[in-house]
Design a protein around this ligand. Sequence first.
Ligand code: SF4
Ligand code: SF4
Length: 505
Amino acid sequence: MDKKPIAQSEDLTQTGQGAAPAWQPPKVTPAPRRGGVSPQVEKALTDVRSKVYPRAVTGLYARWRVIMVLFTQAIFYGLPWLTWGDRQAVLFDLGARKFYIFGMVLWPQDVVYLAVLLVLSAFALFLFTAIAGRLFCGYACPQTVYTEIFMWVERKIEGDRLARIRLDGQPWSWRKFRLKAAKHVVWIVIAFWTGFTFIGYFAPIRALGADLIAFSLGPWQWFWMLFYAFATWGNAGFMREAVCKYMCPYARFQSVMVDDDTFVVTYDYKRGEPRGGRSRQIDHKEAGMGDCVDCTLCVQVCPTGIDIRDGLQYMCIGCGACVDACDQVMDKVGYPKGLIRYTSGAAITEDLTQSQARKRVLRPRVLFYMGLMAVIAAGFAFSLFTRETLKMDIIRDRGSLGREIPGNLIENVYRLQIMNTDDKALTVTLRADGLPGLELLAATGEPTGTIEVAGGSHRLVPVLVRLPADQAGPGVHSISFVASAESASGSGAQLVEQTSFYVPQ
Ligand code: SF4
Ligand code: SF4
């Protein structure tokens, strides 16, 4: 029979320290200032400088992180390669000021949709944070996702936590140089591919690929590709948890969005304390000990290097790695899982069961966010799908407001900007309404006839509007332009835009 203390016998600990006193909230010990720097600042500076070596972990939440990495990256890397008809399916063509999203073409006039989308995203963030804390940070934030990818490469090349700590502590050797160089080559390839994909959302990616192979990218394309690649390499390879801890503003204001009923990664201190290593032969409850064997595995797997047993901290990105690690420890020592788990603060302090805690998730603020999001999303979808495919801007000729021409006619000059926001060509006919005897002509004085506007494009059409002089007195009169459009498939649309017609004295 194994007579060693649990924490040591299972190779789960590097700090098995024996039974600890009952758990207390972490205390900040006042210490004298050194050189004008407070102890808190000194500790923060030390934390920034010390490197975190997260240990690999397997389990439910690790699997979810892998799934989310694959899912988000399949979308990011794959989307620009999809085609829709004869063009790229998703393309934000800033030069032409048009956004192509599958069958939809958005123009600068549609910027309101972008604004509504941002508002919806903000409310989604509020909602998910109120329900389950930093879910986005732990599973979908680009910083977390790329750090996961880069750490996976690092583990494959340099080994897991202890091997990496040893390698970094060794003096430079051929082996160390080889491992470090291999790691950086793979990181740089991933970073370049990421930068290339990023610019592929703003310029057709197939043409970009050909230009890249021929080294004939434009200066801005080079700049943005290298900038994005450098940011990926720096953030995921070096900055890592420092971005989450010191740079991300979301970490700082999330505390106003979570409350006692929010599900967050929580250490059950009532169950875990007093912590400490113990022998398998003793009944730890009888010995007055809690379930935490103080193996520190939860700290070793944490990508931000914190100890969740100190309570909820703004540095916790809610990734669940410590939950997986602790569940494995609990399995090995034969205690129930869930010493660290996703639950609410109220569940611990008020001894609620998981189902009781879940019932409290649907509280007024969550219902408010849900209701508001449902209304905004419904309005957004309705407006998007009933959006006019035909748009028209009317620009008056400021040089000649209105003039008399032979034949006792009054003539006004306009320029019509006709936009086809659909991806199919439209045949447009125009007429002017609002005053008896109004006549609409092309700038040449001929009838306007039909105007072809290709899919996702616009036409500038100069026109003349003429009126018999005896049909309206001097001054400004309201008239309208009516544009009727028909596509090859027979679907039609009509647009009426108001403007003014000026009759001189
Ligand atoms: S909480 Fe779990 S993983 Fe962390 S030290 Fe205690 S037993 Fe180990
Ligand atoms: S404390 Fe746990 S959930 Fe929070 S960042 Fe560390 S490992 Fe992830």
